[in-house]
Design a protein around this ligand. Structure first.
Ligand code: IMP
Length: 439
């Protein structure tokens, strides 16, 4: 049966989407990224080989799958070719036959990176903690109607005049904050060289995807970042600048909404966050050692920037919010094994603000920073679950923990990940996710 499934992180990112998309990709014809850029970092482990992907969808490591970079993305051509060349050296085919870049996707130019730095410096203590890849400024230009789309860049006159016009403003800001003025000719010549090579990859992917869907081809839409980093629904202003949630999958591809047949949430058994911003269940002070243990066991360091991730307990209240926005059909629960050695595991089941229980996630980030989490404590299992492939083989307390999280989120759990490798996975065959993986 034809299927179009969206995969979305339910927390602040790094939930382990790379592995799950990789498992699913084998069962789909086309894998699509719909937002963000090379701020993302997905790790995929195939046997003893490891691939890190920033711009390309995880489907790229499966020979023969078509990969699409949708119109909702912002693409740094230099980063694209660095990644493509690295993957080619690892034996992966990255050719225009299997990689299609939307003619409506926006480009990240060197001045976007410079503006990202300037903007963070200006914010000082209130900085967002961005990846400094130029993502926010490129989306600002898109919304400001002065961005340069991939198709525009193929017309040298248009490329030159837009660069000249945009750089005038960008240089004013960069220089006002002590940065070095950028040169329009230099940027134009570099972009011309890169976009000439990019040209072969560029096409109308919106039409391509809608035709593919109507012909019954299966499509996997791969979200980057995650729900709580969504520019509308996330913990604003500590968010990324794109729509990471289910609506973004529609806007960012041009696929008609009725094509979607399922939404998969990726949820980790604990929570992490990189960059600044409120994090109600963060392990701080008395729990800092525990946070460090989880960071080491879970290898919680950014795949893109190498930054240590902040670690915290599972936040069922925020995950319920993610389930509500995205309408998850099924959930993949990742990194169960990271909690193997804990005596007790806390789960945040609700929020209190100024002594009152919250009905919904507060909109103001200062309020989110003052949240008092309501915790339920679950017993640990103190046994290794690494590599377990059957739910019935899990220690009883681990199984109870999984069931408790499912009840808290209000969505079935279709898969539990017990290690980074493809084989280290429990699939619940009678779930929606089980059916997507099996047919
Ligand atoms: P930007 O996307 O670089 O503008 O960064 C905005 C916020 O999103 C920062 O807090 C980043 O740390 C965070 N962020 C961006 N990409 C990712 C990701 O792939 N995983 C986790 N956090 C991310």
């Amino acid at each position: 049966m034809s299927k179009t499934i969206v995969v979305i992180g339910a927390q602040w990112g790094d939930e382990g989407k790379g592995k799950i998309v990789d498992l699913l990709a084998a069962r789909f014809d086309i894998v699509v990224r719909y937002q963000g850029g090379h701020n993302a970092g997905h790790s995929v482990q195939v046997g003893d080989r490891s691939f890190v992907l920033h711009l390309l969808p995880s489907g790229i490591v499966h020979p023969g799958k078509i990969c699409v970079l949708g119109n909702g993305m912002v693409i740094d051509p230099k980063a694209f070719f660095e990644e493509a060349d690295r993957l080619t050296a690892q034996g992966i085919e990255v050719s225009p036959d299997r990689v299609k870049i939307s003619s409506r996707a926006h480009l990240i130019l060197p001045y976007h990176r410079a503006l990202d730095h300037t903007s963070e410096e200006r914010l000082g203590n209130e900085k967002v903690g961005t990846t400094l890849r130029g993502i926010g400024p490129a989306y600002e230009d898109k919304a400001g109607r002065r961005g340069i789309r991939t198709a525009d860049a193929l017309v040298p006159d248009v490329l030159r005049s837009r660069i000249e016009r945009n750089l005038e403003d960008a240089n004013r800001i960069i220089q006002a904050y002590g940065g070095e003025k950028l040169d329009a000719d230099e940027i134009f010549n570099e972009m011309l060289r890169l976009t000439e090579r990019l040209g072969n990859f560029i096409s109308d992917t919106t039409h391509y995807l809608n035709v593919a869907a109507s012909e019954g081809r299966s499509i996997l839409l791969e979200g980057a970042q995650a729900t709580l980093l969504d520019v509308d629904h996330g913990t604003y202003p500590f968010v990324t600048s794109s729509s990471t949630t289910v609506g973004g999958a529609i806007c960012g591809t041009g696929l008609a909404p009725h094509r979607l047949t399922g939404v998969l949430g990726i949820v980790r058994t604990y929570t992490t966050r990189v960059g600044e911003g409120p994090f109600p269940t963060e392990m701080l002070e008395g729990e800092a050692e525990l946070g460090q243990l989880i960071r080491e066991r879970g290898r919680e360091y950014g795949a893109s920037t190498g930054r240590p991730r902040r670690c915290g307990w599972f936040d069922a209240f925020a995950t319920r919010y993610a389930a509500e926005i995205n309408g998850f059909t099924s959930v993949a629960l990742t990194k169960l094994d990271v909690l193997d050695s804990l005596d007790e595991i806390k789960v945040c089941t609700g929020y209190k603000l100024d002594g009152r229980v919250c009905d919904s996630l507060p909109a103001v980030s200062q309020d989110l920073s003052r949240i008092e989490p309501i915790y339920a404590t679950q017993p640990g299992w103190k046994t290794s679950t690494v590599g377990t492939t059957e739910m019935s083989s899990l220690p009883a307390n681990a199984r109870r923990y999984v069931e408790f999280l499912s009840a808290q989120i209000g969505v079935e759990i279709g898969l539990v990940s017990t290690g980074p490798e493809r084989s280290q996975t429990i699939v619940v065959h009678h779930s929606a996710l089980g059916s997507w993986l099996n047919d």
